[in-house]
Design a protein around this ligand. Structure first.
Ligand SMILES: *Cc1c(COP(=O)(O)O)cnc(C)c1O
Length: 234
């Protein structure tokens, strides 16, 4: 795994250099779904600090111990999230990247109020639907504005919007992948222009198969699973 991590970091750096970006502007998020605590600990021992999980039950069985042992690591939730699972993931996640509908933000706010964990804030990314394959994500910009207005109206500041997330279509056609990432970047630019109360700079886009394209299109966070941990076990 040490070599794989070194390789992917190098590839990210090269992709940045190639398009004139600073390598420090792209964060590597290690997608650890389907991989066991021990493998994740190995990744931590090789200096990875941000992890992504897409299922609440799995995340909640692996991460309480990992977080206790490694207080410097962070868990981002990246999968589709049912409302009744929000209260389970909130204590462990620092960020929910898959905020994909207004009602979910309402539930997150509600549970942040009732859980009332000392010092706890939850970061969120708005997941936007830009590719045909993925079913999840906002499809209307107006709904993102509506969610931002809701968050703004709550004076508690429990929810901290940080940016946007998307999944490109699963295709060999690079033009379509570029287009998907470009769409997300344009949405961020437009919404940021109109929303001076929040800093929405983050663009979470790019996975093992398409992160180089994502970096060209302005990604600030690539979500890499297979290239770090190998094929997922079922
Ligand atoms: C699984 C997953 C990834 C990582 O995919 P790889 O192809 O293994 O790098 C990234 N983002 C999301 C939302 C995922 O579910």
């Amino acid at each position: 795994m040490k070599e794989k991590i070194a390789f992917i970091k190098d590839e990210i750096k090269n992709a940045c250099i190639k398009c004139g970006r600073n390598e420090n502007d792209v964060t590597l998020l290690a997608v650890s779904k389907f991989h066991c605590e021990q493998e994740i600990q190995t990744a931590i021992d090789n200096s990875l600090t941000i992890f992504g999980e897409n299922r609440v039950q799995e995340a909640c069985s692996k991460f309480p111990k990992l977080l206790e042992k490694n207080p410097n690591i962070k868990l981002h939730f990246i999968g589709s999230l049912q409302r009744n699972k929000v209260k389970h993931i909130l204590p462990y996640a620092s960020c929910i990247q898959s905020l994909d509908r207004f009602e979910l933000a309402v539930e997150i706010q509600k549970k942040m109020e009732t859980l009332n964990i000392v010092g706890k804030k939850i970061e969120v990314f708005f997941e936007f639907h830009t590719g045909e394959q993925s079913k999840s994500g906002y499809t209307q910009i107006e709904e993102i504005y509506r969610t931002l207005d809701f968050i703004k109206a709550k004076k508690s500041n429990f929810i901290i919007p940080k940016g946007f997330m998307t999944m490109a279509p699963l295709t060999q056609d690079e033009t379509l992948i570029h287009k998907s990432f470009e769409t997300l970047r344009n949405i961020r630019d437009e919404i940021q222009k109109n929303e001076k109360d929040f800093s929405l700079s983050q663009l979470s886009m790019g996975m093992s198969s398409d992160y180089k394209i994502a970096i060209q299109e302005g990604s600030t966070m690539v979500r890499i699973g297979t290239s770090i941990f190998g094929e997922r076990r079922v």
